[in-house]
Design a protein around this ligand. Structure first.
Ligand SMILES: Nc1ncnc2c1ncn2[C@@H]1O[C@H](COP(=O)(O)OP(=O)(O)OP(=O)(O)O)[C@@H](O)[C@H]1O
Ligand SMILES: [Mg+2]
Length: 217
């Protein structure tokens, strides 16, 4: 799916955080959102993912203007098409690793064929093999980040929104995460990554520098 921001502006607490940003995120490639800390990468990612409303401009999905989508339509979009790996990881500490990946209690999940195998594979791919039954709250920061990625792999969504995926990882895990995300793009998914990691940026097929297309006032 093609996701576009057209000339969007966002003010937070009376301050203009995004000022006329335009970006096209195409399926089949990874798009990097880059800029200094505080430049608005996370804000732009959230706008593209319909998590944050824009004050000006529009968001389009496959050419359709979704800027004014209500709660129900946004929920449908998240459920059917999106996976998020955000800066706070969105991990439920009181739940098991397995629940955090599948969002299903195993007793319900067993009805779905291939549930266990898919869960296993999604954990294996992020280096969390065999840790299904651990409490997610006991994982380290980097492990939680990889757990969030396992959830996205399990869901195999059309669009992946990823905020600083390599920020708290060592070199080995960083490379692994970059390859995993690149693999999503190879499978024609839309991958949008906020990052200032030069290796991550190098692996992206497109790059958007925040502030580079600001309209002048
Ligand atoms: N909920 C909020 N309340 C107040 N200010 C906010 C909020 N969210 C973002 N901002 C402000 O908007 C600006 C951009 O924040 P954002 O998180 O998008 O930056 P970033 O480029 O992702 O930074 P980093 O690289 O540090 O993650 C910052 O100055 C931040 O203080
Ligand atoms: Mg950020």
């Amino acid at each position: 799916m093609l996701i576009e921001a057209k000339d969007i502006s966002v003010a937070i607490g009376g301050r203009l955080v995004l000022d006329g940003e335009s970006v096209r995120c195409k399926p089949g490639i990874m798009t990097a959102l880059v800029g200094a800390s505080g430049s608005g990468k996370t804000t732009l990612l959230h706008c593209l993912g319909l998590l944050l409303p824009v004050d000006k401009g529009s968001i389009l999905i496959d050419g359709k203007d979704v800027t004014r989508y209500g709660t129900a339509a946004r929920r449908r979009f998240w459920r059917d098409n999106a996976a998020f790996v955000l800066q706070d990881y969105g991990i439920m500490d009181e739940e098991s690793v397995a629940f955090n990946v599948t969002m299903q209690a195993s007793v319900i999940g067993k009805r779905f064929s291939g549930y266990k195998e898919r869960l296993k594979q999604s954990l294996e791919q992020t280096g969390l093999k065999g840790r299904e039954n651990e409490l997610a709250g006991h994982l380290s920061g980097g492990e939680k980040q990889r757990l969030a990625l396992s959830r996205a792999i399990y869901k195999d969504a059309n669009i992946l929104f990823v905020d600083e995926p390599t920020a708290s990882l060592d070199a080995t895990n960083r490379q692994m995460v970059i390859e995993l995300l690149a693999d999503f793009a190879v499978r024609a998914r839309t991958v949008i990554v906020s990052t200032h990691d030069s290796e991550m940026i190098a692996a992206c097929g497109a790059m958007h520098q925040i502030g580079s297309n600001s309209s002048s006032h």
